[in-house]
Every structure is written in C-alpha cells, then in structure tokens.
Write a protein that binds this ligand. Sequence first.
Ligand SMILES: CC(C)(COP(=O)(O)OP(=O)(O)OC[C@H]1O[C@@H](n2cnc3c(N)ncnc32)[C@H](O)[C@@H]1OP(=O)(O)O)[C@@H](O)C(=O)NCCC(=O)NCCS
Length: 193
Amino acid sequence: MRPTIGPISHGRGRRHTLPASEFRCLGPEDAISVFEIERQAFISVSGECPLYLDKVRYFLTACPELSLGWFEGGCLVAFIIGTLWDQKKLAEAALTHHKPHGSTVHIHVLAVHRSARQQGKGSMLMWRYLQYLPCLPYVRQAVLMCQDFLVPFYLKSGFKVQGPSEITMGPLSFIEMMYHVKGHAYMRRNSVF
Ligand SMILES: CC(C)(COP(=O)(O)OP(=O)(O)OC[C@H]1O[C@@H](n2cnc3c(N)ncnc32)[C@H](O)[C@@H]1OP(=O)(O)O)[C@@H](O)C(=O)NCCC(=O)NCCS
C-alpha cells in the first residue's frame, strides 16, 4: 500500500465509503488521472505540457515518494510530481532525468483540477508537501521553475527567487525558485533540545 498522508480510514475491515479527502503519494496507476488534469491545465491553454504521459509514468515508477496527490471521493483533484536532481540549479536534463543520488527535489508540476481552483487547494497541497520533505533525510532543498505571474504564489509558500532559469520552452521563459528544507525528521528525533 502506498504511503498515505493525512486523514485516512483506520478501520481494519473493508472500507465501505471513500474518504472525503485523502492525501497520498502517487504511483504509475495514477498517471492517467494526472495527465487528464495536466491536459486541461496546460495543453488546452498553451499546447505545451510539463510532463507527457510517458514521463509521468516513468517518474511515478522511479520516485513515487516525491509525489503527492489530493483525492476527493476517490478522484484526484490536485497533485505535485517531483524527482531528484544533483545540482542546486536546474538544467535542461532535469526536465527528463531523475538523479537518485541527488539532494535537490525538482518539483516538475503542481496542478489543481480546473473545477477545484481558487479554493486554497494548490497552497494547501504545497504546504503539506513541504512539511513532508524533511521526512526524506537526503533532501536539502526543493526547486522549481515557473512563469513570472506565479512568483507571488510560490513566495507565499516559502520559496525564494533564484533568478531567471536557463531553461526555456519555445517563447516561454521561467523564474527559478528554491525552498530550503529544514529540520529533518531524523535530526529532530536525535535532538536533545
Ligand atoms: C497555479 C495553481 C496550482 C494554483 O492552485 P489554486 O488551488 O487555484 O490556488 P490557491 O487557491 O491555493 O491560491 C490562489 C492564489 O494562487 C495564485 N494564482 C493562481 N493561479 C494564478 C494565475 N493564473 N495567475 C496568477 N496567480 C495565480 C494567486 O496568488 C491566488 O491568490 P488570490 O486568491 O489572492 O488571487 C492552479 O491555478 C493550477 O493548477 N493552474 C494550472 C497549472 C499551473 O499553472 N501550475 C503551476 C505551474 S507548474
């Protein structure tokens, strides 16, 4: 069973109703639901997409623990997909590669189903994800690239602007942002304070 984060059913027997809200890491079996949200969020808007279906499947197989999905009534309403990268700054190869020995989480995409936007879900999911990252002791920072109109959104989540990204997609340019991951779970456990 995949790691589940947040409110879940604790009954030992069969679950008769789907939980109202559930947070859990994603797996390759969730790829189609992920891509459906991406399709309406990106492809229908700009014709481009951060991750196509084959990459979604690949990343959710390679590092499911770096993803997080929000399900309502069993349906995916928002998600984050991350991989590991082995430098502080993103380069073109970070778009397609997962570096298992890296200490930087590259957040490829955060997307909320069109019908569930502007309700605080994007901010809440990112908050939960950032709370969860210290449980992964190899993670030191999270980085992402976004278009400039989303910089205020990520600033509110605690990211800091690093400057222009060296990655471009056609006419699109991006700002790179970083979140410093503090207080690893194992450090807190071993802390005398
Ligand atoms: C960006 C996104 C994840 C935000 O999720 P959300 O649940 O709608 O956002 P929240 O309700 O938590 O927060 C709303 C805030 O987000 C920001 N925001 C959301 N979409 C925005 C947009 N298109 N332009 C500018 N700001 C935006 C605003 O700061 C807004 O604050 P306001 O309510 O004061 O206007 C969501 O709109 C989405 O999925 N968009 C399409 C995919 C995308 O662009 N993802 C990010 C790049 S990978």
